[in-house]
Design a protein around this ligand. Structure first.
Ligand code: AMP
Length: 190
């Protein structure tokens, strides 16, 4: 199986690159942000609780997102592989993901990080907020909070994969196709 973790701060281009990767490699796309927004749209209890945190730019609890990923892995037993987008976002999530994959006799192939500086991120997110309709993209304060959450809780996840020699970093500034080519160079080695 090809199991990729696409890593990077909000606005790095993970969603855009995921769309291209699932087409090329026939992977199942698992975006915890998308799953949570779907719960919100359906008005579920989980969605209502998650929205309170998401609207403030804060992470939702580990057990909530781990449970969601576990369900999706179970629901896609015949998948050729997965692309994890926006998950794992904490070291606890990374540990749980390793355990879940191990129980299915598979593992993460590689984490691919998209490198983009904070100034460029803020610019991209505010631009995206104009048509994404996402409340957390519309407010500069919330955007900064999300980047802060990323720097304090999510950035350490890179070390988790580095210690397993499963970490590759790519320049996330450039055209969508240029960045995609760099990602495929890594993915094609598996
Ligand atoms: P995203 O679409 O990945 O930018 O996620 C949007 C928001 O959903 C984040 O700011 C968090 O509030 C929440 N979220 C998404 N994925 C996770 C995760 N793996 N762990 C905790 N919170 C998450």
């Amino acid at each position: 199986m090809l199991n990729l973790v696409l890593f990077g701060p909000p606005g790095a281009g993970k969603g855009t690159q995921s769309q291209k990767l699932i087409e090329k490699y026939q992977l199942v796309h698992l975006s915890t942000g998308d799953i949570l927004r779907n719960e919100i749209a359906n008005g579920t209890q989980l969605g209502i609780e998650a929205k309170k945190l998401m609207d403030q730019g804060l992470l939702v609890p580990d057990e909530v997102v781990i449970g969601m990923i576990s369900n999706k892995l179970d629901a896609n037993r015949d998948a050729r592989g997965f692309i994890f987008d926006g998950f794992p976002r904490t070291v606890a999530q990374a540990e749980a993901l390793d355990a879940l994959l191990l129980s299915k006799d598979t593992s993460i192939s590689v984490m691919i990080a998209l490198n983009v500086d904070d100034q460029e991120l803020e610019k991209r997110l505010l631009l995206r907020g104009k048509d994404s309709g996402r409340p957390d993209d519309a407010n500069p304060e919330i955007i900064r909070k999300r980047i802060e959450e990323y720097n304090s809780k999510t950035a350490p996840v890179a070390n988790f994969y580095k210690s397993q020699a499963k970490f590759v970093s790519i320049n996330g500034i450039g055209s969508i196709d240029e960045i995609f080519t760099e990602i495929t160079k890594v993915a094609d080695t598996f």
